[in-house]
Design a protein around this ligand. Structure first.
Ligand SMILES: Cc1cc2nc3c(=O)[nH]c(=O)nc-3n(C[C@H](O)[C@H](O)[C@H](O)COP(=O)(O)OP(=O)(O)OC[C@H]3O[C@@H](n4cnc5c(N)ncnc54)[C@H](O)[C@@H]3O)c2cc1C
Length: 397
């Protein structure tokens, strides 16, 4: 293999390029990214960058000189538009073509958004640095912000906005925040956290009408309430950025369909990060994971696969979210859970375990730093649900 091309300049792509050199690959490494900036980290965008506590130049994944030192040919601001897997050729937005012997697909996700009637304010999303640069000047004290969607990113943005002095209303279709992920009790805890901090939380509602109002927009809800705001932000999830692969010979579904070692259906092409859909032996489940740690670990693993290994990528996913002065850490899975148990629940501590079909599959820990490692090991060991209650024994109450 003489040339490896990595498409996508973010967590998955940078870790893949790094792993190529770490694993002794001496051929050409080219990193192609639609982003015009040096690869940067996304989690701080909805936290300290939006809050104004961290500058954009402090969130670079690697310093500028790193790419040259590692002899990584960086092609920024040049999206891949198409792939011909049969001839191993990529076509790029600038009209050029790029051949490869090995290819890493790491194009991540794009934020979903919605359209408001003409005359309404712009609907902001937070996925890229440009998004934050567009939203940040709007976050002036006293203005009203409506956050549509109470998932993790929506809640982080709501927390930032209220701390910056805006009047914040969160609208959520489910009966409580995060309900679709963790159920009502954890959702209720988050609702309480935000309400204590001054956020107005309206759950179990749909928007039935929107009309421009002076300087903003008024939304009518199906419970009859109306909400007027000058700033509108949507946090309604993201979709894998795979349209450009249509007709390429790479099999697509909910993301890029991969074998357990992260190979795609095309020869010498692997996929990593938010787009990769693979069977994770740790849960015997096909999944696509939109978490930072998954993208970095898969970036490294997929390169091992590309260079000739075929070990499955088996992993217990890990995720965190920072809201106000709380940090929630989650290990494992929550999808399709059949059991959950509140191990601790106070204003500053939350420990919840999650089971599916008689096995412990997930644990959520906030204000309980010593619990996480124990639960991760127990999830890895596929601990029976009825034995998992004993795991909290000996840990600080
Ligand atoms: C605001 C925000 C906050 C987050 N907070 C957390 C958190 O607290 N904890 C956590 O675990 N996870 C968090 N995440 C999720 C985490 O950042 C993602 O899971 C991770 O960035 C995925 O990495 P990736 O490399 O797969 O894709 P992405 O980070 O989405 O990057 C994809 C890259 O591919 C490029 N690209 C796309 N299409 C093309 C193309 N056709 N050609 C070339 N390049 C292309 C993009 O420009 C981008 O550079 C957050 C995400 C966001 C957006």
């Amino acid at each position: 293999m003489r040339r490896v091309v990595v498409v996508g300049g973010s967590v998955g792509g940078v870790h893949a390029a790094e792993a190529l050199r770490d694993q002794g690959f001496e051929g050409e490494v080219t990193l192609v990214s639609a982003d015009a900036q040096l690869p940067y980290d996304r989690p701080p965008l909805s936290k300290d960058v939006l809050l104004g506590k961290t500058d954009a130049d402090r969130i670079l994944l690697r310093p500028a000189g790193w790419y040259e030192e590692r002899d990584i040919d960086l092609r920024l601001g040049n999206a891949a538009r198409g792939l011909d897997a049969a001839s191993k050729t990529l076509s790029l937005a600038d009209g050029s073509e790029l051949g490869y012997d090995g290819l890493v697909l790491a194009t991540g996700s794009a934020a979903r958004t919605l359209t408001l009637p003409e005359g309404s304010p712009e609907v902001h999303v937070v996925r890229t640095l440009e998004d934050v640069e567009g939203l940040r000047p709007e976050l002036q004290p006293g203005r009203r912000l409506v956050m549509i969607g109470a998932g993790f990113i929506g809640l982080e943005i709501a927390a930032v906005a209220v701390q910056l002095g805006l009047e914040v209303t969160v609208l959520e279709y489910a009966p409580s925040p995060l309900a679709r992920v963790f159920g009502g009790e954890v959702g209720g805890w988050y609702r309480g956290l935000h309400e204590r901090n001054g956020v107005r939380m309206i759950c179990g509602v749909s928007i039935t009408g929107t009309e421009p109002a002076p300087g903003g927009v008024t939304m009518t809800l199906d419970n009859g309430e109306t909400v007027t705001a000058e700033v509108v932000v949507a946090g309604i999830g993201a979709a894998p950025a795979i349209e450009w692969l249509a007709g390429s010979g790479v099999e697509l579904g909910n993301g890029v369909l991969c074998s357990p070692d992260l190979r795609t259906s095309a020869p010498d092409v692997v996929a990593v990060g938010d787009i990769a859909n693979w069977r994770n032996a740790a849960f015997d489940e096909e999944m696509r994971v939109e978490h930072w740690t998954n993208a970095s670990e898969q970036g490294r693993h997929a390169v091992t696969t590309l260079l000739g290994d075929s070990a499955p990528f088996s992993s217990v996913p890990y995720f965190w979210t920072d809201q106000y002065d709380t940090k929630l850490r989650f290990v494992g899975r929550a999808a399709g859970f059949t059991d959950s148990r509140i191990e601790s629940m106070t204003d500053d501590k939350l420990v919840v375990t999650i089971g599916r079909d008689g096995v412990l599959i997930g644990a959520l820990c906030l204000g309980a730093p010593r619990h996480l490692a124990r639960y991760k090991a127990a999830i890895q060991a596929k601990t029976p649900w009825h034995d998992s209650a004993a795991l909290a024994e000996g840990l600080p109450a």
